[in-house]
Design a protein around this ligand. Structure first.
Ligand SMILES: [Zn+2]
Length: 307
């Protein structure tokens, strides 16, 4: 199956500082992995900018204004302890959210049913009203809202296997039963949300994993919690918040996953999309802070998305 990759060179221009783990080198490592000869058939598409009306479906107007106007002319502007803007940050964030919307458009049109958005900054911590946790706009949430509003879908699933809980995505869709948000994540860990008891309107499914959990616990959580909920929901579009910071090499967390685990979970989600969603699956990069772990995980993820 042909895989489309949405990316933009401006996503390399968001620079939170040389000592920050969310570095441009992360995206360079992902793009390097996508350059592997076995991925010659991948179609590369330049991501457009997200439109304000697309962002405004999930973010308050004041937050959008802040991100679009507060990037510094030079140096850095610190939004919170973890989240920093540089001169290129707003453009990178617009391209990241725009990539996901364009991928949703093409998946629903049936022209490009499988997509991976190789973009940064990540998005899943960004709430309706605030950037946080390295995230500016919540790109996957913007894409899901685009599928609901622009295309009239009734059921969109977001599966988030980043090692951190996607508190922003959960907040955005807390009362919206058209979206099933399912997350596996290390707990305890930043941002501290994501317990099993957080269920929204019955549309939030959290599978917290204790530090040190490895392949067995991860796969069991999908087989017993996440995948059954997704099958019961029968999504018309499957979206993935693809963070690779649960990899065993990652410096920010201590789940012990390998490339094989990312291949396995991606293959299960492709099967789910084929079963319920006409094969429509849109994945977007979230975290992942070991460059070697990112390369291995991206290859495994993209191989499974292309199979
Ligand atoms: Zn993360």
């Amino acid at each position: 199956m042909t895989l489309s990759v949405y990316t933009h060179a401006r996503c390399l221009d968001h620079d939170p500082g040389s000592d920050h783990p969310e570095s441009p080198a992360r995206l360079a490592a992902v793009l390097d992995a996508l350059g592997d000869p076995r991925h010659e058939s991948i179609e590369r598409i330049e991501a457009p900018r997200a439109l304000r009306e697309q962002l405004a479906r999930v973010h308050r107007s004041g937050m959008i204004d802040m991100i679009l106007t507060q990037a510094p002319q030079s140096g850095f502007h610190r939004l919170d302890a973890d989240t920093v803007m540089s001169p290129g940050s707003a453009e990178a964030a617009l391209r990241a959210a725009g990539a996901v919307c364009a991928a949703v458009d093409a998946a629903i049109a049936g022209t490009r049913r499988r997509a991976f958005c190789a973009v940064r900054p990540p998005g899943h911590h960004a709430t309706p009203s605030a950037p946080m946790g390295f995230c500016l706009f919540n790109s996957v949430a913007v894409g899901a809202a685009h599928a609901l509003v622009q295309h009239g879908l009734a059921r969109v699933a977001i599966v988030d296997f980043d090692v951190h809980h996607g508190n922003g995505t959960q907040d955005i869709f807390w009362n919206d039963a058209r979206v099933l948000y399912a997350s596996s994540h290390q707990s305890p860990l930043y941002p501290g949300t994501g317990s099993r008891s957080e269920t929204g309107a019955g549309n939030i499914v959290n599978a917290p994993l204790p530090p040190g959990s490895g392949s067995g616990a991860f796969r069991e959580a999908y087989e017993t919690i996440v995948l059954p909920a997704l099958d019961a929901f029968a999504p018309q579009l499957v979206m993935i918040s693809a963070g690779f910071d649960a990899h065993r090499l990652d410096p920010l967390a201590s789940l012990q996953l390998t490339g094989d685990d990312y291949a396995w979970v991606t293959a299960r989600l492709v099967e789910l999309a084929e079963r319920h969603a006409l094969g429509r699956i849109v994945s977007s990069l979230e975290g992942g802070y070991s460059l070697e772990g990112l390369r291995e995980s991206t290859l495994a993820h993209v191989d499974a998305l292309s199979a």
